[in-house]
Write a protein that binds this ligand. Structure first.
Ligand code: SF4
Ligand code: SF4
Length: 81
């Protein structure tokens, strides 16, 4: 079944668990700066921005590790026909 990552930045707490998990899964080390996802604090808005790089493999490990539901892996129904 096809999967898609759903993003809700308003739920992000800035914990960086997603970027730690991504870097460990894809680079073999806990190093958020080498992850395919970046969490940036928007100082004036008081919230966090979630950005996926073009190198993201779509593995979903970041979504599975997010404790707040800010990124979620959802299963898409098969297209009819
Ligand atoms: S879906 Fe992309 S950003 Fe998330 S863990 Fe996989 S490669 Fe990293
Ligand atoms: S998206 Fe989830 S795991 Fe990543 S920093 Fe925000 S709350 Fe933490």
């Amino acid at each position: 079944m096809a999967k898609e990552i759903l993003i809700k930045p308003s739920l992000c707490t800035g914990c960086s668990t997603c970027s730690l998990a991504c870097s460990m899964q894809n680079r073999g080390e806990f190093c958020p700066s080498r992850a395919h996802i970046r969490i940036t604090k928007m100082d004036f808005e008081g919230r966090f921005e979630i950005i996926f790089s073009s190198s993201c493999r779509g593995c979903g490990i970041c979504a599975k590790s997010c404790p707040s539901g800010a990124i979620k892996l959802i299963e898409l129904p098969e297209a009819a026909g």
